[in-house]
Design a binder for this molecule. Structure first.
Ligand code: DC
Length: 225
């Protein structure tokens, strides 16, 4: 299914918005010296590009065409679109909602598959998203489903936004998270779901450090494929 470089191991971490999967995935990648892919950033950057270019967020064909030619690069935690840093523009709740809308379109998801798979390079890849273990890397060596109570996720997202100097309202964030969870889990194309072979990690009462340690322990103890 994958090409010559496709044999590098993959750790796929899926879960709902603000579950902490991005931070955990990046830290696990760093600890193992693996590459890291934040697949949500691709959907966010695509939605951002569409809004900039006046492409309607429900026009699957136009969005898929844009997805194929998008000049997107990741470096040092920043996302670059056409060579320019996206900065906070793709990190707002509004950007997340727009990303979630376009992510429900099958043509968009199909157009982004190869781009996501191209990040699978030696010595390995840690990636986070909604369908990394179910659709994009079904043969991942380790699949984790990272979850947390919605109140706790809202609190974490609130803290993140405030720390970045952005406006935030806790109740509104929780409402948004619930809406986005519903959209991501109920769509027909690659919905958010825990696959049978994904290990469940509930981080409601866990620090980031603890969650990272658990994933690293699971990685050490994995069964070779
Ligand atoms: O992980 P995130 O909040 O940055 O993702 C933003 C949106 O992108 C999310 O609400 C749904 C979509 N997404 C997706 O459908 N599949 C992925 N693998 C990653 C993100």
């Amino acid at each position: 299914m994958h090409d010559g470089v496709g044999q590098a191991p993959v750790i796929a971490i899926d879960g709902p918005s603000a579950s902490g999967k991005g931070t955990v995935a990046a830290r696990v990648a760093h600890a193992l010296g693996f590459h890291y892919l934040d697949s949500g950033a691709i959907y966010r950057a695509l939605a951002h590009a569409a809004l900039q270019r006046g492409v309607a967020l429900d026009d699957g064909a136009a969005l898929a065409a844009l997805a194929r030619q998008l000049d997107l690069r990741f470096d040092g935690g920043e996302t670059y679109l056409d060579g320019l840093p996206c900065g906070a523009a793709i990190r707002s709740e509004e950007a997340g909602r727009a990303a979630s809308r376009i992510a429900a379109l099958p043509a968009v998801r199909a157009a982004l598959l190869d781009r996501q798979r191209s990040f699978r390079r030696p010595p390995g890849l840690v990636t986070d998203g909604r369908d990394m273990g179910t659709v994009v890397f079904p043969d991942a060596e380790l699949k984790v489903y990272l979850d947390a109570d919605v109140h706790e996720r809202a609190r974490r997202r609130y803290k993140q936004l405030i720390e970045k100097g952005l406006d935030a309202n806790l109740d509104q964030i929780e409402q948004d998270l619930r809406a986005r969870d519903a959209l991501d889990a109920q769509r027909a194309s690659a919905p958010l779901r825990r696959s049978a072979d994904a290990l469940l990690l509930d981080t409601t009462h866990m620090s980031i450090d603890e969650a990272v340690s658990v994933v690293l322990r699971w990685w050490e103890g994995r069964q070779p494929r």
